[in-house]
Design a binder for this molecule. Structure first.
Ligand code: SD4
Length: 348
């Protein structure tokens, strides 16, 4: 009797202890803080975000915004005002941001503003809306204190645009490695084989997702959109659930590539839902990519889409249609690493 009571008392005491141990073991396995960005050009973006994440109480939301701003600042780059124009020669920018509480903000077809990601954050924080577009977005930005920048193309964009004007062919191709011209010089990092003939990268989007030390997720996505698009065209990047999605209970996803195809499957929302059902980040990205390919396998041979995702354990993964989509991961002080995503169509 004595020993039975003893056993019951011990079991009652040890059960919570065991579950505490189990929870603790699980918690200690979480990789955080962590930041993941599209492309190898995401490495310096991650470095900026990492500085925020390393601070005591550094928030993922501030980290992804700071990262996005840093690439929007670069001159002659594929994101921000230095990016390629639309077919009328105008640079129109799209961006969105999402925090750990389903708050989100977005601007679309915004001209003259250097930091569309910060305007998107202001839409999120200072308006009852989620999306502002075109002139309305510009008006809001100016009212919020952003400076109006002149309507000039960066030197690289001007060169690329003039070259494009020679044929004016509306055939968007983003980052398909086998279409790289032979003998082109690569610049930009260990996996940067994808360039226009003049050497500028043929992708224009920076998606960044992060988890901070408190375990909260956020994401940002900023782009000049597809080069030489129709004026007014908006892709996936500023659309919540397409170019970016965050659910703090599950994970976050973003991507790059042919926006129209991503919108069709609500790509990043699909990925987060797949992770909710237990798929790893890579498996979830693969499912979204395969769904896009399944819709039109022949057409998919001609365009690229790549997704990245992280979950609440700090696990990360990616998948793309074509070989050539790479991504940057930073979760220590080592400067981060670039990985090549697996793809449906292998390297040729
Ligand atoms: C868009 N998704 O506007 C963007 C383009 C992109 O690298 O990702 N380019 O459709």
């Amino acid at each position: 009797m004595q020993s039975r009571r003893h056993f019951i008392r011990w079991s009652a005491l040890s059960l919570p202890l065991l579950s505490f141990r189990k929870a603790f073991a699980k918690r200690s396995a979480v990789t955080k803080p962590i930041v993941v960005s599209t492309w190898d050009s995401g490495l310096p973006v991650n470095a900026v975000a990492w500085k925020v994440l390393k601070q005591p109480n550094g928030r993922a939301l501030d980290a992804v915004e700071a990262g996005a701003r840093s690439i929007e600042d670069t001159v002659n780059c594929c994101v921000g005002l230095g990016g390629n124009p639309d077919r009328d020669g105008k640079v129109t920018l799209d961006a969105c941001i999402m925090d750990d509480k389903f708050n989100c903000g977005s601007v679309m077809a915004l001209q003259h503003i250097k930091h569309p990601i910060s305007v998107a954050r202001k839409v999120m924080e200072n308006t009852p809306h989620v999306q502002l577009v075109g002139d309305g977005a510009l008006q809001f930005a100016l009212e919020s204190g952003f400076q109006k920048e002149p309507d000039t193309l960066s030197a690289d964009a001007e060169k690329t645009y003039k070259e494009w004007l020679k044929k004016s062919e509306y055939k968007p191709i983003i980052n398909i490695e086998q279409q790289q011209s032979k003998g082109q010089k690569t610049k930009g990092g260990p996996f940067a084989p994808n360039f226009f003939d003049d050497g500028t990268p043929n992708h224009d989007t920076m998606g960044t997702i992060a988890m901070d030390a408190a375990g909260n997720l956020s994401g940002a996505c900023t782009t000049s959109g597809m080069a030489f698009k129709m004026h007014g065209r908006v892709g996936d990047s500023p659309i919540i659930g397409s170019g970016l999605y965050v659910d703090n209970e599950v994970g976050a996803a973003t991507g790059s590539g042919q926006g129209e195809e991503v919108i069709r499957v609500a790509g990043t929302h699909l990925i987060v839902e797949m992770m909710r059902m237990g798929k790893s980040p890579e498996e979830a990205c693969k499912i979204a990519v395969e769904r896009i390919v399944k819709i039109n396998p022949t057409k998919a041979k001609d365009f690229q889409v790549g997704f990245i995702a992280i979950n609440k354990q700090g696990e990360y993964g990616a998948y793309s249609i074509h070989h050539g989509f790479n991504y940057s991961v930073t979760h220590t002080d080592d400067g981060g690493k670039v990985f090549m995503a697996k793809s449906v169509f292998p390297k040729k």
